[in-house]
Design a protein. Structure first.
Length: 435
């Protein structure tokens, strides 16, 4: 039953994201005078369809995994009145860009709702170690950080993202913060913290202690621990939540001795033995806010834009980490993996009540909508970004690219995307069944 509900929720989210994306293409195409032959949600045979007086067929298809806005002469040398290719270059670029842009609009509108009800995690300092270089440099609790070591920040999660993507080293760092309306900038060296670590981070709170990241080359990675595994016992002590795991580690810090950890992986119990490694971790010397606080109407609008920016930057930095090898391809999820994440999230939040579950799902939708927008703008053939890239080439060379060559480029891109999709689905299934 839970799996069925998870699939339904995932299909609803995917359908809304696709509907908004295709509606972006559709509405701008209409405004530019392009004839839209069919506007459809899903792929494959039609389940339902309606032919409007405008000549556009609206369709619902059997596979809810995509959609389309089929325009007259879109992939042909057709320049008859009302065809896509009869329109000037700026209009074609606007139509193509509209799909991803509408995904960003959707993410912003959802963020308005989430932040309007729950608030934003403003990036202010909650505590400063009085013995730290940060304190000596003048940082105090209550200061609102606006720039963290060269990166502009507005919410606490942006600081967390920077620490994850580009961890501090022994070099001097800089902070810009606001206190009583005045901006201050300080520079200091982060604190070196030498401890035994196993190489993992996990979710805190009253939810199960789910592994959220595994450090590359760490003892946990060597033991085969995967993101999504849940710690249920450590050295024989049962663990029921992230807070319990944090408390256990605080009371029993890792040393040079082996640690015995019991994990739950999709209902399957797995026991691993890891040997902590002495590691130097650099700390900024202060703690920052990650809790949400209610905002004014103006603040809600401001931090909704910040939320969309955060999601876009997260996608771009994740892609950079993938390209540079900081994360492996095995950590990338496709549609099956996303459904699985939605299912796990639903099962973990439903006991907290409808409102918590709803807002959690909306947060997922914000992330996925921004993700879809960014991915579609990548200059990859067969994607919107690939089309925009070819239009930019057309703008530079001042003549259209022959449709047969453009079609071949997009066909090759489509084949590569299908191959990637097959890999992602296989990888998702492999991770789900624990291979």
């Amino acid at each position: 039953m839970q799996t069925f509900i998870s699939i339904i929720i995932a299909l609803i989210i995917f359908s809304v994201l696709v509907l908004i994306h295709e509606f972006g293409h559709f509405i701008v195409a209409k405004k530019c005078g392009v004839v839209v032959n069919e506007f459809s949600i899903g792929m494959g045979p039609r389940i339902l369809s309606h032919m409007a007086k405008s000549g556009t067929r609206y369709s619902l298809k059997i596979l809810p995994l995509g959609g389309s806005c089929a325009m007259l002469g879109e992939d042909e040398d057709n320049v008859e009145e009302g065809s896509f290719n009869s329109k000037p270059l700026w209009a074609r670029m606007a139509i193509v860009f509209a799909g991803p842009f509408f995904n960003f609009i959707l993410a912003f509108l959802l963020a308005l709702i989430v932040i309007g009800f729950n608030g934003a995690d403003i990036s202010y300092v909650t505590q400063v170690d009085e013995n730290s270089a940060a304190y000596a440099a003048g940082l105090r609790a209550g200061d609102r950080i606006t720039n963290y070591d060269g990166t502009s920040v507005s919410v606490g999660r942006e600081i967390y993202l920077e620490d994850y993507v580009d961890p501090l080293d022994g070099d001097e760092m800089s902070l810009t913060f606001v206190r009583d309306g005045e901006k201050h900038t300080i520079k200091y060296k982060p604190e070196a913290d030498k401890k035994y670590r196993v190489g993992m981070s996990y979710s805190t709170g009253q939810m199960p202690a789910e592994i959220s990241s595994v450090t590359k080359g760490s003892a946990m990675e060597s033991a085969g621990v995967q993101i999504g595994d849940t710690v249920v016992a450590i050295n024989g002590t049962e663990i029921s939540s992230g807070d319990e795991l944090a408390q256990y580690i605080e009371e029993n810090p890792f040393g040079s001795e082996e640690v015995y950890i019991t994990l739950d992986r999709k209902g399957k119990e797995i026991n691993v033995t890891v040997k902590p490694e002495e590691t130097v971790i650099y700390s900024p010397g202060f703690y920052y806010n990650l809790g949400r606080e209610k905002q004014s109407a103006a603040g809600t609008i401001k931090y909704s834009f910040v939320e969309v920016r955060y999601e876009i930057v997260t996608v771009l930095k994740s892609l950079k980490m993938l390209v540079t090898g900081q994360v492996s391809a095995n950590e990338v999820s496709g549609p099956v993996g996303i459904v699985d994440v939605i299912g796990d999230t639903y099962s973990e939040t439903k006991s907290a009540g409808f409102a918590v579950t709803l807002f959690t799902m909306m947060n997922l939708a914000i992330m996925l909508s921004a993700n879809l927008g960014v991915m579609n703008l990548l200059p990859i053939p067969a994607l919107d970004g690939g089309r925009l890239f070819l239009y930019i080439v057309e703008l530079i060379i001042r003549r259209p690219i022959p449709k047969d060559k453009e079609g071949m480029i997009h066909f090759i891109g489509f084949i590569l995307l299908m191959a990637l999709m097959i890999f992602l689905i296989f990888n998702d299934v492999r991770k789900i069944i624990g291979l």
